[in-house]
Design a protein around this ligand. Sequence first.
Ligand code: CU1
Length: 250
Amino acid sequence: MIFKTLVLMGLLGSNVAAESVPMYLRKVSSSKDEAVVESEHLDLEVVVTGGERQLFPLLPGTKCPTGHTCRARTVSKPSLSISTEPVISSFKENLKTPLAMAMDWNEFGSNIETIVVSDNICTRRKAMARAAGLAAGLSVAAVSQPAFGAETKVVKMGDDNGGLKFVPEKTTICKGDSVTWVNNKSGPHNVVFDEDAIPKGVSQEAISMEDQLGEEGETFTMKFEEPGDYAFYCEPHRGAGMNGMLIVTP
Ligand code: CU1
């Protein structure tokens, strides 16, 4: 299912602009997450004759019967990666365009592999963007740029009813992504990071605003390279509890 979607996207991808690529890849990411969850099984522990213990696999989704001991088992991920080869071959066969000739299949294949095997959502997102970029006709050099596939998330300053808060209050991005704060309502607002609640070695001054955003629609954008938790607040409305949290994932 995941692979079919990816192959289809790739086929459509050749005349799609690179910047729109990560959008329709997100769906793949979520179905992958479901697949990973589904791959966790329980083993029922049964004491057989002689006091020996044996494990019997339960069907996925089955709960441990009361009065019994069960052990969680995660289906080993490398076994999943075996299935990437047919995907790449079928992709290859279906691409009867000049792109198929120019495409770096090793690079494409290793990105597909990463999507399947990696536990890290940011690593997977990057691999998906690269695979889709290659399928859209971009060069390996282009998709290997550190900034390729980076995203910018938006945080509103002031909710739509004029409430003094950041929306959302908590934002998670991948290392190398950016956040744009937009003055939505009830300004002036700003973004000041709490020097005691940011990763070590990060300059609080370098990432905080000096001024305030007075006009609605004004923005402040910052890129984050250092993974960790970042607490921030709006200086004029700190007393009113206008606080926010940013989590930068490695
Ligand atoms: Cu504010």
